[in-house]
Each structure stands twice: as structure tokens, then as C-alpha cells.
Design a protein around this ligand. Sequence first.
Ligand SMILES: Cc1cc2nc3c(=O)[nH]c(=O)nc-3n(C[C@H](O)[C@H](O)[C@H](O)COP(=O)(O)O)c2cc1C
Length: 213
Amino acid sequence: MKLKFITALLCIVFGFSEMNAQSLEIIKLPAPQKSGGMSLMESLNNRQSQRSYSSKELTQQQMSNLLWAAYGINRPNGYRTAPSARAVHEYDIYIIKNDGWFVYDAEQHAMLKMGNENLQEHAGSQDYVQTAPVNLVFVADFDRMEVYDEEMKVFYSATNVGFISQNVYLWCASEGLGTVVRGLIDKEKAKEVLKLRPNQHVVLAQTVGYPGE
Ligand SMILES: Cc1cc2nc3c(=O)[nH]c(=O)nc-3n(C[C@H](O)[C@H](O)[C@H](O)COP(=O)(O)O)c2cc1C
């Protein structure tokens, strides 16, 4: 309790987020590559769900491009590549990899390492999930949605996640990577292992990696 209070106080004084304070390491990503890639029409033509993956890791540059495409900041006012009803931006993207689990910090364009454990077994209930190098978990923070009543929190968070997911689909299509968005994840278990607060909700997950056989 005392530690939590001190952490909160430090965050206010130094102006960094609680997640920053709790992270083991801040992994600054290279700048996203905002030119090149397939044309939008080609990406749309190639967009599809993939359910077989190779274990080949993604490079840091690919992680940078993926996370920026998904939910990065694309304007000076801090708005994102994905729209968000009333610009609430209630999502955090958790990243589950073999070498640990992370949260994407869009302001710093960094991956905050939150733990060293390999949580891939909790990233989804289908076999291919554990073969792939990257699983994203889309977590809605209802504490940021105070402008809405409970029904609208559910509705808008369910709507907003679709845009983030489609950004991932289109970037993966452009990059020649596979992806699939998934509702099949034990949300309560994921909430437990990702140490989420009661008002943070796992909404969907998305697997990313090189296509397998
Ligand atoms: C909200 C949502 C949840 C989904 N959940 C899963 C899932 O848990 N597992 C899975 O393999 N595919 C899942 N999918 C992918 C769909 O099965 C897939 O989009 C559909 O079969 C159409 O194929 P396509 O994406 O290649 O066009 C989901 C898609 C959506 C939009």
C-alpha cells in the first residue's frame, strides 16, 4: 500500500505514467518507417487470417512499425493511427513474447517491459498461438471512459478495438506477415497474469508472425 502511494506520488512529481514506473525496462523502439510497403489496395487484397506460424522472431524495426501502425501517434495533438470515440484512447496494447511481456507506450514509442515470464500459454487457447513469436492483447481501461455509462463503455471499447486490429491486419499484409484477431482467449486468466486492475478488460487478442506451413 505504502509502495503504491510512493509510486503514485513519484509519477505526479516527475510526470511519468504509473506503467513507466512499474516497468523493468524501457525499450525505445527505432522510428517507424512511414514510407514504402504495399499500396493500400494491394494490402486490402492480401488481408486475411492466418492460423499457421513459424517461430521466426520479428526484428525491432518490425515491432516498431507494427505497434505504430496499430496504435501509434500520428499527429502533434497525440491522436492515433486508429480512431477512438471522443478521443478517449482507452486501449493499451500488451505484447506477449517468448522473452517476456510488455506494454506499448505510444508517447515514448517504446515497449515497457513489465515481466520476464513467457506468458504465451495464456495468450490464447488455439495451438498456433504459442508457435507465433508475437501475441498482442488489446486491453480497454474503463477508468478512462468515465464520460460513458457502463453499456456505452462496452459498446465503444468493442467498436474501437476493431480499428486497431484492422491496422494490424493491413500492416501485416503489406509486410508479408500472417495475423489473426482472436476472441478465443481466457480473458480472466489473462487479466490475472497481466496483473490488470479490476477496470481493465481484455477485449481481443491478435497473433502476428511469419506464416508457417
Ligand atoms: C471479433 C473477432 C473474433 C475472432 N476470433 C477468432 C478466434 O478466436 N480464433 C480464430 O482463429 N479466428 C478468430 N477470428 C477470425 C475470423 O474467424 C476470420 O476473420 C474469419 O474466418 C474470416 O476470415 P478472414 O479474416 O481471412 O477474412 C475472429 C475475428 C473477429 C472479427
